[in-house]
Design a protein around this ligand. Sequence first.
Ligand code: ARG
Length: 583
Amino acid sequence: MRLLSVLVFILYLLLCTYTAKGISRSRNKPIQQTPRKNYLIEECLNNSYTINSCNKVFCQPWQRCMGGTCSCKLPYQCPKNGTSVCSMEGKTFRTYCQLKSYECQRHNSKFRSRGNCELQDDFEVSLKPENVSERFIQVQMNSNKMFICGHQWSMNEANVICRHLHFPEGADRIKLDHPEDTWNSSECLKVTCRGTETSLAECSLVRTSRGRKKLAKVACHTTHQECSSREFRCVNRKCIPSDNTCDGVNDCGDLSDELCCKECRGESFHCSSQVCIPNKYLCNDEIDCLTGEDEAYQLCKERREETEEESMDAERRKIKTFLPQLHCGIPNRTITRRKRIIGGYSAGRDEFPWQVAIRGTEAQVNCGGIYIGGCWILTAAHCVRQSYVHAYRIWTGMLNTILKNSGMETFTLRRVIIHENYNSKTYENDIALLEMKSRDSGQPCSPPNTMAACVPWSPYMFTSGHRCKVSGWGRAEDYERQFTLKWGYVNLMSNCSEIYKERYFKGMECAGTYDGSVDSCRGDSGGPLVCFDSNNVAYVWGIVSWGENCGEEGHPGVYTKVADYFEWISRYTGKATISRFNV
Ligand code: ARG
């Protein structure tokens, strides 16, 4: 037996070297250039994502996410805490957030300095000399003129300087050069920007001795041109070298070169939402990836990034901590693995505190549901009918459907809201909201022993291959009836349309295992498929909807993709009830 496997292994090795040779031989053919590695995802680029696309990145604290786009908050929607600041126009604002929200609405108030406007010195930026495209940058502060150092000079800083000088698309290119003798000075200004600032005064500016080192030069973007084959066209229509995409540096200025990446190069980190962020954003106590991989405990327990020099970036981060945050998706307990949903385990108490049971007209549990906060339950449209609104009972804190456990509570319904485009033949838009009646009228519902699952706002939060948990009181192996809550691990799958062909529609997602050993089944409908982010916060990624039989190889379960319905849900619940961040 052993001998045979050794033989097979040798054969395998021979085969590998042979094919490898074959490939390298064809590569050496002189006719064609070796195609360069493509880091970009074509179909994602078609969506023209930018720094204002909240399906990909978090909005600024002076913005809110609406329909996938960051839009400006009104100044009064800013947190009240913070220091006052002064604008270029000499107007004092109560907080930095207020100034930025004004600027965001095109009232055009660029940041000039911290504190009130009364005691302000001058701050002037100019390019030298005139009439050439690439120029040195002179900054006049407190009647002191200085050039910007070449040290750590990048497109991040260059874009800010050009924006400051009213070139909205930022810089075309940067360079380092020796200054002319006439303005040779011993000092220069070292600039560090995040890259999203609109005024140079928002960056950190530090005087340092120059020695004989080169100074920074910039060419700001003026006219659009055709991009060459070795260039990438940004959404703002600038051309940047293709090699500068997916490297964590915001060359485009609108971030469009970092948002659709298969992987990342250089000193940058790949968020599971396909975004590249610079390594210096890792473990800096600010979440940059939508699902928090950049601040995951495992990654950060060894490394802690030093916080940067004094700049308005620190203020921006402080504002974020003043914004309201929802408490959702955190189970009290996460262990228990008793035997077996199909191929699953029995759930322990408080393990799935968002799981509810829906008792229908036949006085038995026929569907699951998900508590998402307030008085709101999310379920499948095929589970409920509007006309039975008075017959339904919601059971919370339940583990066993026949044995009563303590901590259980039951609710009647005020409303059944079925998606207006639900199709009972195709199961398109198989989603519904149930509004419970509060037990003490006028009081919030707050069911005991229950925790809301967070609602995902972007379809990029979890991608295929991610392992998630499905739970319910549905049938187990051999379609046997179950009375205790079961759960199992299933993987998100991207090839749902290949599997179910014309039966698959947008708004659906497949999840299962390759061999079909774990699956949801009859009775699990309406229940949760939850995915956990890097800090173990649970999101309702799917609602159990349908499948070809149960637990069959090649026929995974089909779920309603909740992220596609964020706007629909929030229309009824209100945004504040379900937005985990920044409403
Ligand atoms: N429609 C089923 C129900 O009423 C759910 C089926 C899920 N099927 C599956 N193979 N995952 O409970």
